[in-house]
Design a binder for this molecule. Sequence first.
Ligand SMILES: [Zn+2]
Length: 388
Amino acid sequence: MTLSGTNLEHAKVHNRRVVIETIRLHGQLTRAEIARLTHLTPQTVSNITRELEQTGWLQSHQPIRSGRGQPAIPLSIAPDGAYSIGIHLDQGLLTIIVADLAGHALQRCDVSLQSNEPSDILGQVKNILHKLRHSDRFDWQKVLGIGWVMPGPFNVRGISSAGPTTLHGWENININNELETEFGFPVWVANDATAAALGERLYGVATQLHSFVYLFINNGLGAGIYLNGHIYDGCSHNAGEIGHIIVQPQGRLCFCGNQGCLERYLSLQAAYELCQLVGDEATPQQLLRIDDEQLEQWLQVAVCATRQAVNIVECLFDAEAVILGGMIPEPILAKLVNRLAPLPRSVRSRVPDELRVRIGQTGLDAAALGAAALPILLIAQDSNFDRL
Ligand SMILES: [Zn+2]
C-alpha cells in the first residue's frame, strides 16, 4: 500500500510526511518515482524534497542516466540529518538512547534505579543528558527533541495508583516542563505501548503496514493503536489500556479491583505469579531459566488469553495485523505465539494466521527506540519544521 498526497496548499505538512514516509519505505527514490507513488505533482515533490535536502534530512546519490533528458537523482533519508533522544522509564530501570533518522542507536545508557522517586530519576536523566551533550558520536545541535515513555495509564483514578504493574508518584510531575526548561528541546510523553508501535512503524516489522495494533507485554499489558497511518491515543492519552478488559468474569483478582482482567493472564506479572517466581526471582531473565513444566503453568492460560486479546482487537479495529512484543523475552514470546493457532474466527479469518499475529521487537530497545521515534515522526508533521 502507498500513501497518497494531496495538492492543496494547506496540506503541505501532510505532504511532507507522506514524502518522508514514502522514501523511507523504498530506500531510494527519484523525484519522478516519488511523484508517481504519492500522486503529488512534480512541482510539489520538487519543493518538498528541496526543503528536506536543505534541512539535511535527505541525501542525493549518483545520477541515473537513461535515454534523453536530465539524469534522475535518487534520494534517500540521511541517517545523520538529525538525531533524537529516547527515554524509557520502567520499574527500577531507565534506558536512554540517542538514535539517528535511520533508527540506529548511536549511544545507549541503561541504569538500574535504586529509587522510584521522580525527583531522583529526573536528576539522573538530566545528568546523563548533560554528559551526552559533549559526545563525539553525534551533533547535539541536530537533536530534534526528546521522547519520554513510561507505562500508562496516566492520571486515571483506580487503575493508575494500584499494584506492581504501574509506576507511582508521577501523577503530578510535568515531565515536559522539567526537560524543556533544562535543554530547550520539545519533549513528547507517551505510554510504552504507543511508543513501541511507533518504533515498529518506523524501524520494525510494521514499516509496510497502514493499520495494526501492538500488544506490549510488560509487567502489565497495553496496546499501541496505529490506524490509517496515525497513532490513536485517545482524548486523555489512555487509549489501549487493554490489560484491564475483563476476559474472565469471576476470574483472578486484579490490582485495579476488578476480577478477570486480561493482564492477570497475559503479562510478566501473571507469568511470575503462575510460575511461582517471587522477590528477586521475578524477572524476565528468570523466565528463561525455569524448566518447561514450571513455565507451562503460565503458558496454558496465557495462550487462551492471547487468543481472546487477538479476537477482541481484530473485531474492534479490523487492522492488518496484531503485533506482540514488549519486555517479555523473545524465546518465551515465540513459544506463546507458536501455540496460538488456530486463532478464533474474526473479521480477519481469511488471512493466514502468521500474518494476523506477528512478533515485534522485544526487550529494552522496543520502547526506547519508540521513544526516539516520537520526535522524528511528530516534528515532520509539525509546522515548526519550517524553522529547523
Ligand atoms: Zn484490572
